[in-house]
Design a protein around this ligand. Structure first.
Ligand SMILES: [Ca+2]
Length: 294
């Protein structure tokens, strides 16, 4: 509770202080105590239940969970999904570019899930290299990632899931219609993502070191390629599912988005679709999480 300054002199006092007034020094001490108490309260709340960023009016609205995950609220909207301006891929399954509506806001991880967060939830350390706690977890299959979101939901109370492919691309583009969220020049990619390293010599990098996109999301281009929820089929885009596409109901391979530290720059484009079997683990593959606005 904030006590108005003009009431500070009415604070309860001992008998010997009945006639005393609160001098400037005492008032200053009281202010410090109140500010420190309130700061401690809000910090404790942030780490115990998660709080929404009080500065939301000045930027994207974020939340920090008890696990230390930061998620940003992605607004509902529409975009053109698939190969568009500047796209340098040659696979037909990234075409045709088609209008898609994301009908509801959702909360998406600002960063890829880290090794530390994985270990806290799962009690294992699959990543390579190990002990790089702020780096994205890798060596996790789609099946592993699905188990993670289930266990995280049980511990946190929110219904976490993997993003749909459409949600991922909508979030990655952040309003852009170019090959990358910053434009179409691959020469600028190193400012925004980790790509094009040798698979035998390179490795994952600490999350959040490059520039974010317009939604405040880091590493949407590169670092680890990210599992999304959808099954892959070559002709799915031809169906032009318009509102909240979920992918085909079944399939053999799951989709990966964004490319990895070891990928050619064109694989890191917003529209590029990569795939793998859901049980495959690789040091270039990780994921990020979503929960729905309630
Ligand atoms: Ca990534």
């Amino acid at each position: 509770m904030i006590i108005p300054e003009d009431r500070l002199g009415q604070l309860p006092r001992g008998p010997n202080l009945r006639e005393a007034t609160v001098r400037p020094f005492q008032r200053s001490v009281l202010h410090c105590w109140l500010v420190a108490s309130m700061a401690a309260f809000f910090l404790a709340a942030a780490f115990s239940i998660g709080v929404r960023d009080a500065s939301a009016q000045n930027g994207p609205e974020t939340i920090k969970t008890s696990l230390g995950m930061i998620l940003v609220k992605i607004p509902a909207g529409s975009f053109v999904m698939g190969a568009g301006e500047g796209f340098s891929g040659d696979a037909d399954y990234e075409r045709p570019a088609h209008q898609v509506i994301i009908s509801k806001p959702f909360w998406l991880g600002v960063y890829e899930v880290t090794q530390d967060q994985w270990s806290q939830v799962m009690g294992t350390s699959p990543a390579e290299p190990k002990r790089a706690f702020s780096s994205p977890v890798n060596n996790v299959s789609w099946d592993d990632a699905s188990l993670f979101v289930t266990k995280l939901s049980q511990s946190d109370g929110r219904a976490y899931r993997l993003p749909t492919e459409a949600e991922w691309e909508y979030a990655a583009r952040a309003g852009s219609d170019t090959a990358y969220h910053f434009g179409s020049d691959p020469e600028l990619l190193s400012n925004y993502g980790w790509c094009a390293e040798s698979f035998s010599k390179g490795q994952v990098h600490q999350v959040g070191q490059k520039k974010p996109n317009g939604f405040g999301l880091y590493d949407m281009h590169g670092n680890v390629a990210e599992w999304v929820a959808d099954w892959f089929s070559e002709d799915y885009y031809a169906q032009k599912v318009k509102t909240d596409p979920q992918g085909p109901p079944s399939g053999t391979e799951k989709l990966l988005r964004g490319g990895a530290w070891s990928s050619d720059p064109k694989v890191c484009q917003s529209a590029w679709r990569d795939t793998n079997l859901p049980m495959v683990r690789s040091k270039s593959i990780g994921f990020r999480v979503v929960f729905d606005e309630r």
